[in-house]
Design a protein around this ligand. Sequence first.
Ligand code: HEC
Ligand code: HEC
Ligand code: HEC
Ligand code: HEC
Ligand code: HEC
Ligand code: HEC
Ligand code: HEC
Ligand code: HEC
Length: 242
Amino acid sequence: MRIPEQIRRLSVVVLIIVAGLLLTRYLVPASLVKQRVYRAASVKREIAREVRYAGGSICINCHEEVNEQKKKGYHKTLACETCHGPSAKHTEDPSAVKPFAPRERKFCPLCHEYNPSRPTGFPQITATAHNPLKPCITCHNPHDPVPPQVPRECSACHAEIARTKALSRHALLECTTCHTAPPKHKQIPRSVRPTKPESREFCAKCHDKGSPQKTAPKVDAATHGERYLCWECHYPHMPGEA
Ligand code: HEC
Ligand code: HEC
Ligand code: HEC
Ligand code: HEC
Ligand code: HEC
Ligand code: HEC
Ligand code: HEC
Ligand code: HEC
């Protein structure tokens, strides 16, 4: 009797499958074949890994003050190790192993850089424009990041200037550092006007290379932009964008 063509082809396929199954028995590790043993082996493997994160609660044992600060502030929902990284080794021997502390400016924008996909209302900034050059932590306490109170008393009427200045490198200067405003200006603003700086010396008292003021960047006021008033080149409410 002749075996039909299609049965012969089928049996070749079946043979290949059976041969494959037999082969894998020998190639695959024993622990994979005996199911339960395989799972036990993987549990062992996971346990053998080094524990790197200490978890949310242990830090509080030794850093109660930081925790008290953090739990009242805007960052209350962040775990310590979100910012400080895996710190298990530190908890075992605090003086020998110090956790990383993200002091540099590029860290905070990971969460706070403007991004249209973040929820509306989430506090966002544009790092290139928001008080550039300084680390975020010079103005914001990372454990209780209240925005520093920008002086607001003039912003009721000069909102645009106030908002501009708030984002500039002059953010922390009060309006009254540069303008002397008589109280009456707030009642009859057009008739009683505040002073405006009149000379280059005014800006130079912070910016000249001889000035004792510490944080302002310095120029040589005797030669820098001489013959012109400083604000002919620098908008005083947003210096640096001239
Ligand atoms: C057993 C007590 C203990 C525990 C638990 C502990 N710390 Fe500390 N931590 C210390 C001590 C002590 C220091 C100060 C070390 C020094 O200055 O020599 C310190 C310092 C630090 C510093 C400062 C490092 C620096 O650069 O100045 C950070 C950040 C810190 N801990 C974070 C953490 C975090 C996050 C946790 C939880 C995962 C934690 N600690 C858990 C005791 C502890
Ligand atoms: C938003 C990120 C962030 C979170 C969350 C955070 N830290 Fe910090 N932490 C920092 C930064 C940045 C510094 C460095 C501050 C500095 O040098 O002025 C710091 C400094 C520290 C220091 C050393 C200086 C100090 O202020 O005493 C300790 C200790 C510390 N953190 C512990 C903790 C603990 C404990 C938690 C959780 C309860 C925590 N941090 C949560 C960012 C964070
Ligand atoms: C893991 C994400 C994350 C990181 C990293 C982070 N923040 Fe925040 N930040 C938040 C959250 C969440 C809030 C609270 C938002 C809310 O209340 O809706 C917040 C709130 C703030 C606020 C309050 C703004 C306001 O007025 O509502 C400031 C300021 C701030 N963070 C500054 C910082 C600084 C500075 C750093 C770096 C040291 C930093 N953040 C790192 C998530 C983060
Ligand atoms: C020179 C000081 C200064 C520096 C540096 C600074 N900020 Fe601010 N930040 C402020 C002031 C002032 C405000 C409040 C502005 C306002 O009310 O208009 C503020 C507000 C914020 C807010 C709240 C915005 C909102 O819409 O509620 C966030 C978030 C923030 N800063 C994050 C950061 C981050 C992240 C960095 C670092 C990349 C940083 N800041 C660097 C002074 C600073
Ligand atoms: C009640 C609203 C109001 C308040 C509050 C207010 N101003 Fe004015 N300010 C005005 C008006 C209106 C003008 C005139 C604008 C014009 O003429 O175009 C003005 C003009 C000025 C000028 C320009 C003067 C000139 O001669 O060009 C300065 C500088 C000034 N204000 C500073 C301040 C300062 C600083 C404060 C806070 C101490 C302040 N103002 C508070 C309403 C106000
Ligand atoms: C660093 C110094 C400085 C600070 C801080 C400052 N101003 Fe001025 N402001 C000036 C100078 C300089 C001028 C004159 C500009 C000119 O004549 O072109 C001026 C001009 C003005 C004017 C006249 C209109 C204009 O836009 O030129 C107003 C109004 C004014 N400032 C309001 C304010 C208010 C409100 C604040 C605070 C939110 C403030 N200034 C903070 C230096 C400053
Ligand atoms: C009370 C001191 C003080 C006075 C007065 C002052 N500034 Fe400033 N200025 C500062 C400080 C502080 C900074 C830097 C802030 C920072 O580090 O972000 C600054 C930043 C600047 C910058 C930014 C430089 C850069 O590299 O981007 C310019 C430009 C500038 N000021 C111009 C002026 C002009 C023009 C005047 C006069 C109308 C003036 N300043 C008056 C304190 C002052
Ligand atoms: C003729 C235009 C002009 C005049 C006037 C002028 N500046 Fe500038 N200033 C510039 C330019 C352009 C730069 C940027 C050049 C650079 O980065 O080297 C600058 C830079 C600066 C910086 C930043 C320096 C730094 O290292 O970050 C400061 C601060 C400054 N000027 C303050 C002043 C003061 C204060 C006056 C008045 C005494 C003044 N400028 C007058 C054009 C001028």
